[in-house]
Write a protein that binds this ligand. Structure first.
Ligand code: 13P
Ligand code: 13P
Ligand code: MG
Ligand code: MG
Length: 365
């Protein structure tokens, strides 16, 4: 049976500030999704949140980029925004950059990751969701999961994974893409994906079968809107087990927190802290950035779950380390490397300050 798993997310209002999603907004989204399931548009759905982002996890049989599904998500966000406006939540409708839906939510503000696949006898999926960061945040963990044998022993000892994986990398500034194969092209791959603000892993495929195993959202809202509108707060779907990495191999990279772009005003580097879904409440300096993971088994498209994957105690030390890394960064205040380089900041007063002081800049001797 062919199933499409679509994850579409948007920040339609923060409670309080940018720290959390209001329960009434989530309730409205669930009501809207329930109606679509009743009508047969969806097989199943799960509505959740990561920080101030509403996450619509949907299964259906309409394929990727379905206008009906995208319109359903858009309308759900519009309905949720009405609740957010009524409650005067912060930044109500923040990620809805257009007034009218025009066939596909891509480029309109919401983040999208979708995979259509033949459901396996046991179809295990993990949906990663992040707040206060951008799509490049998935580069490091996706590399470790699908190309690093120190993370994923299956690459070495599982016959059905030994052929490696292919990475589709997007250049979000030049709007170009390239496919690079692991293991033989990992040095070339790392030249690009190590620069995660520009080159982002969109898709990972199993080379033996061509099956899509991972799909991220790569929208860069700042580039879409041409002005600051918030970091993308990305999602990523990863399929697990069988000829794909095991669940534990997929979770493992997050046990060693790493720095990502985002945090306060989308203009800082900070550690990505793995947390349970209820703990995705970025409050300290609007952070530190969070990642959550919802695990499901699919049964004829029904979403069996979720399991809140980072609720596990084995991530306690990672959380502690992320908090310590946050302290190291915060000591720098407005200095790099805590503050992002000028071209990556989403808030800046540089043009105004430059204009004001232009006459006072004099040539060096
Ligand atoms: P089980 O024997 O518990 O199914 O585990 C198999 C496995 O490969 C875990 O990574
Ligand atoms: P969000 O992108 O999660 O709305 O955060 C924006 C921000 O500026 C936090 O300080
Ligand atoms: Mg927000
Ligand atoms: Mg957010």
């Amino acid at each position: 049976m062919k199933v499409t798993l679509s994850v579409i997310k948007a920040d339609i209002g923060g409670y309080v500030g940018h720290s959390e999603t209001h329960p009434e907004v989530l309730a409205k989204a669930r009501e809207h999704m329930a109606g679509a399931k009743k009508q047969g548009l969806l097989i199943d759905y799960h509505v959740t949140k990561c920080g101030d982002d509403v996450q619509l996890i949907m299964t259906h049989q309409r394929g990727e980029d379905s206008e009906a599904i995208h319109k359903l998500a858009w309308d759900t966000f519009i309905e949720g925004t009405k609740v957010a406006k009524k409650l005067k939540l912060h930044g109500a409708g923040q990620d809805l950059l257009s007034d009218a839906f025009s066939g596909n939510v891509k480029g309109m503000g919401p983040g999208v990751a979708e995979i259509e696949f033949e459901e396996r006898p046991a179809e295990t999926v993990i949906i990663f969701m992040a707040d206060k960061t951008s799509s490049g945040a998935w580069n490091l963990p996706l590399y470790k999961i699908f190309a690093d044998p120190f993370n994923t022993i299956g690459l070495v000892i599982a016959e059905n994974m030994h052929g490696g994986f292919a990475f589709e990398v997007h250049d979000v500034k030049e709007h170009k893409k390239i496919i690079l194969n692991a293991p033989e092209e990992i040095y070339d791959l790392l030249v690009f994906i190590g620069a995660a603000s520009r080159y982002m892993i969109k898709t990972v495929r199993h080379r033996g079968t061509g099956d899509v195993v991972a799909m991220s959202s790569t929208q860069r809202l700042a580039l879409i809107a041409g002005r600051y509108v918030g970091k993308d707060d990305p999602v990523c779907i990863v399929r697990a087990q069988g000829h794909f990495p095991a669940v534990g191999e997929i979770m493992e990279p997050f046990a060693s927190p790493f720095f990502v772009e985002g945090w306060m005003r989308g203009s800082h580097m900070g550690p990505l802290m793995p947390v349970s879904i209820p703990d995705s409440t970025p409050t300290r300096f609007d952070g530190p950035p969070r990642v959550t993971a919802a695990g499901f088994q699919l049964s004829s498209g029904e979403l069996v779950g979720p399991r809140d994957m980072f609720a596990d105690k084995s991530f306690d030390l990672a959380r502690q380390q992320a908090n310590e890394m946050a302290y190291f960064m915060r000591r720098h205040g407005p200095f790099e490397p805590h503050r992002l380089p000028l071209e990556e900041m989403e808030y800046t007063t540089m043009p105004q300050v430059m204009k004001k002081l232009a006459g006072r800049f004099v040539d060096l001797d």
